[in-house]
Design a binder for this molecule. Sequence first.
Ligand code: 26W
Length: 843
Amino acid sequence: MQTVPNSMPANIQIEDDRTGLETETLKRAFLDNLFYIQGKFPALATPNDYYMALAYTVRDRLLRRWLSSAELYTNSGSRTVCYLSAEFLMGPHLGNNLINLGIYNQVNQAIEELGLNLDELLQQEEEPGLGNGGLGRLAACYLDSLASLEIPAIGYGIRYEFGIFDQEIHNGWQVEITDKWLRYGNPWEIARPDWAVDVKFGGHTESFEDELEGRFRVRWVPYKVVRGIPYDTPILGYKVNTANTLRLWSAEAAESFDFAAFNSGDYLGAVQQKSDSENISKVLYPNDELYRGKQLRLEQQMFFVSCSLQDMIRIMAGQKLPLEDFHKKFAIQLNDTHPAIAVVELMRLLMDEHSMDWDKSWAIVHNTFGYTNHTLLPEALERWPIRLFGELLPRHLEIVYEINRRFLDDVRIKFPDDGDRLSRLSLIDESGEKYVRMANLACVGSAAINGVAALHSELLKQTVLKDFYEMYPEKFSNKTNGVTPRRFMVLSNPRLETLITSKIGDSWIKHLDELHKLEPFVNDPAFCAEFRQIKHAIKQDLANYIKVKTNIDVNPNSIFDIQAKRIHEYKRQHLNALHIVTLYNRIKANPNLDITPRTFLFGGKAAPGYYMAKLIIKLINSIGDVVNRDPDIAGRLKVVFLTDYNVKFAQRVYPAADLSEQISTAGKEASGTGNMKFAMNGSLTIGTLDGANIEIREEVGAENFFLFGLSAEEVVAKKAAGYNPMDYYASNPELKLVIDRISSGFFSSGDGNLFKPIVDDLLYRDEYMLMADYQAYIDCQDQVDHAYRDQDHWTRMSILNVARMGKFSSDRAIREYCEDIWKVQPVPIELDEYRQTQTTLNL
Ligand code: 26W
């Protein structure tokens, strides 16, 4: 307990340096941390030292909320959501914590009074890029909403030493650089080595008779054991006391190294085992949407899943709760199939390690899990070769067979004499080489199965999960994705936030539907002018940034037409490129063409092994090189590839867009979430009837959305009828000219071979139907060109987009998960005066 020295008058209040929020206290705490944690006098401090000092100052201010949340969850019987995800794409923590703590302005002032600049300090943070794209970022948005809604939750994942690679562009090509995000340390995490757990791999199983009950039991004798060390990061909710935990597992050798081998002189062999173990959490697989059956990936999945389940069992033991109540204490969500092995591992833990029988164990398991599917692409569906699976997880393979045997018995009862159905539903693919099908396992082991947008959830029922839908229709539902307005509006677009709040107050930040109150302001010329001026200022900022980074001049009065997302053929960045070449050709043919100036901005990484995606990046850069320099174009078109697009950069990009490109082939993009982030920052969308675009259009109104292209049904029908992309080439002179220009070597210094793989694919295969959608896309872009000329009208459409995006808050999505799937309630955290200041030990 803090005591006031005798000589001081008793009525003086001293703010604690670790918790106080007054400017003077914040300044003192900051300088203290600079000295005592960074070990620097201000004269020698680097920008990173300042960032670290501020990060610790902020972390101090959320620790009491964090520990109090953990304590209350431990002491109350509340059900906890465990979000299992191989990826968490958190983005920088500092700014977000300032917003959620509600101390952004105070800290800004304190930092300014110290002669520093908060924006510059925020830019110092190296973001934890522990995810590829949409799936990982969704997990991060959901953690923000879970905490903001005061739901007890733990995010469980892997603490990759190297996250998604940093991207550089050399001569137009992507080059991957190792992401050493931990280089300067991570002030947001706390290691908890006392809660380490061991995970077994390989070896064999033995059966034996239980001495006490005489029951058949199985013992697993592993080949190696890897230790998981948890690292915890607090996840503070917005203006609440709830601070949940993101618990990421780091792999270590169970023993420091093999001393027997060491003593016998095999030094390298001894160290080998240690580094093999540590490899498990070394690096994030940079493939999104393409599955590769790599052993290390299965090891990663098993590793974090087993650590997390053992952690939950430890938590129950600490609370003296009976394991029979596991499903009452925890609701576990599987973020795609990457953690689906959890279904089997929980069975194993309950039966083999805690002596529970099969039926009891299974009742717990299938009342615990929910499974979210994030993709319809067949090449993304995970399946493990039986041989690999059995060698690495011999006990799990036995359990998979037993789950399957019992499941197929159920299928036979519901659908007698249907052999084809049995083989489609089986957890084992026996059509050729045998595989374990992870989506089937997830479906059988879960009480709830959902897609991530209305169309996607429908297509799941009609295609990849059709048989499971017929078997268990009651398990299926839709949960349309959402994104957090704290990061993607308040933090990334403070000018818009201030304008909105000045008109409708700030409760929209927690209740995004309230943005509707903005609608009347479309008729308020002063509001519209201010709204437009803000957009212009943000575009100017991005233009300045681009000038510094690339030396390209972009015109802030041009349409900022942005496509920012992972590079993939189904997302059709190359369709966007065809549009650029179309406009280029038009101007070349008619230099006086009346055209609205446009800046085409692209951002996104290609999977390192995805040749076509990398070639698309090269194509965009090559077109840019020609277009940006051609004097005939006279600056009317600019093409910029924004290198190393990540969460930090995305926060600058969304607010600056006029036009958001959401042009995937209908039926391929499960939901999309960038589409939401653009629209809620006032960008208009040009898009297909795919994923959440459909619902965005429904919300903002068809008249405020640029729709084009084939529907998902039409895509299927056209393919069935025999699709010939060459027909479009042959019959559309403008398209022919575009393709011919690319294949002639015009954009590749005369090299007619460079882009041949793209051209040939479009002409002879065109899996993603760019040729079929080309004309509709161009026509729609012409409408955009015209619409942008009426700035008043454009601004009204833009404001209505913001006002009508309430549905796409991740708070809404999480509420739906809580009510329909997890059955969990908010548990508000109280911080009373005593808890605020208590510093005594209760030994
Ligand atoms: C095994 C390789 C692999 C890795 C990642 C396959 C598939 C994935 C993810 C499921 C890909 C992904 O990020 N999917 C995206 O999830 C978002 C969140 O639901 C959706 O908005 C995107 O449409 C979907 O592509």
